[in-house]
Design a protein around this ligand. Structure first.
Ligand code: CAA
Length: 379
């Protein structure tokens, strides 16, 4: 039993780390301050072949496993967490879901442009009244000849407005509750599809998060993903992949906080010696190192399981939970170690803390992760 990535995985890490260090880290503060969508970063990721890394090669992807994708998200987040979530949602929640559930015709129509980065994807499940209780969504899809007519409102949609393609969950049978939900591929530009303004967020400020409005949007039957009523299961399955991505984003943020804290503790002198020699600081660093190691082991194991047959939702939930809580706990500690400097925007440490918080919330809160784990344990 090996507890470390293969040499191929480490080669991918070296490549993406080089790109992220050179191109993303220097601009992370700028994107955080301005909220400008980091299109240039996504273009670089596409040119280097990282977008679509997890998609099958016959549709233009690199055909690599979920662990490779996980390492990419981790390394991007280590330098720019906002770019990591844009990349992650595109690759897993959106593109991977079409690869899993699409017809041959849908895969040929959409995946090559998603794999090349020519088109960006988004995933529309959440609604104002359906967050953790995703099955309570109210958007509808009514069959009318060879089209469905979609109506409703989605919210907190990552890549909203900037994405070209949207996976939209809507009810085709209101009587059946979550078993009446169906998934559709909706193209930007379709009449009746519009977007709210980007939300003003605490962290990951340059990833655009918007409402998505559906006003009698006509979607061809050929754009239904899966059968009528399969939408909730498709969404849950998509979230299994997505939660690995958010776990990786959290891990990358935690790693960045750890590295900055170690470096600062060695250089900052107080009481006549580097603060690294103070036990109070040493214990914080020790806890960071231990939690990050544990989070990484859980995450990589879950990513490997994802590529195996069967459902691995509980292991994935454990990984996301541990990574997110590690990121939150230790970015707070990183600010503490940096003292007053940690609180100042100029040093970029407080940004890690702001970016970390959302990983405990989106793609399933930590409470929902505990629910999934408990249900599996008590089954
Ligand atoms: N894969 C496949 N099928 C699954 C599944 C999975 N991972 N999880 C559940 N299902 C199936 C179940 O087997 C069940 O099937 P049957 O109808 O055949 O019995 C069906 O789905 C319903 O399952 P549950 O009874 O467990 O559903 P529930 O209503 O109790 O909900 C939940 C369970 C875990 C709470 C779920 O609602 C959930 O995950 N909530 C959180 C939602 C979430 O993560 N939202 C984030 C949205 S994305 C986002 O954050 C924005 C963004 O852009 C990044």
């Amino acid at each position: 039993m090996l507890f470390r990535p293969s040499e191929e995985h480490e080669a991918i890490r070296r490549r993406i780390r080089e790109l992220a260090e050179k191109e993303f880290r220097p601009k992370a503060a700028h994107y955080d301050e301005t909220g400008e969508f980091p299109a240039a970063n996504m273009k670089l990721l596409a040119e280097a072949g990282f977008v679509g890394i997890n998609l099958p090669d016959e549709y233009g992807g690199a055909g690599l496993d979920m662990l490779s994708h996980t390492i990419c998200v981790e390394e991007i987040a280590r330098c720019c967490a906002t770019t990591a979530v844009i990349f992650e949602v595109h690759n897993t929640l959106h593109s991977e879901t079409i690869a899993h559930f699409g017809t041959e015709e849908q895969k040929r129509r959409y995946l090559p442009a998603l794999a090349s980065g020519e088109k960006l994807g988004a995933f529309c499940l959440t609604e104002p009244g359906a967050g953790s209780d995703a099955g309570a969504l109210k958007s509808t899809a009514v069959l009318d000849g060879d089209h469905y007519v979609l109506s409703g409102q989605k919210c907190f949609i990552t890549n909203g407005g900037v994405a070209d393609l949207y996976l939209v969950m809507a009810l085709t049978d209101k009587e059946k509750g979550s078993r009446g939900i169906t998934c559709f591929i909706v193209e930007k530009g379709t009449e009746g599809l519009s977007f709210g303004k980007p939300e003003d967020k605490m962290g990951i400020r340059a990833s655009h998060t918007t409402d998505v409005f559906l006003e009698n949007v006509r979607v061809p039957v050929s754009n239904r993903l899966g059968a009528e009523g399969d939408g909730f299961k498709i969404a849950m399955s998509a979230l299994d992949a997505g939660r690995l991505g958010i776990g990786a984003q959290a891990l990358g943020i935690a790693q960045a906080a750890y590295e900055a804290s170690v470096a600062y503790a060695k250089e900052r002198v107080q009481f006549g010696k580097p603060i690294a020699e103070l036990q109070a600081i040493q214990w914080m660093i020790a806890d960071m190192a231990t939690d990050i190691e544990a989070a990484r082991l859980l995450l990589y194991r879950a990513a490997e399981l994802y590529s195996q047959p069967g459902r691995h939702s509980a292991q994935i939930a454990m990984a996301k939970l541990k990574c997110a809580e590690t990121a939150m706990t230790h970015t707070i500690k990183a600010v503490q170690i940096h003292g007053g400097y940690g609180y100042m925007r100029e040093y970029g440490i407080e940004r890690l803390m702001r970016d970390a918080k959302i990983t405990e919330i989106y793609e399933g809160t930590s409470e929902i992760m505990r629910l999934i784990i408990a249900l599996a344990a008590l089954r």
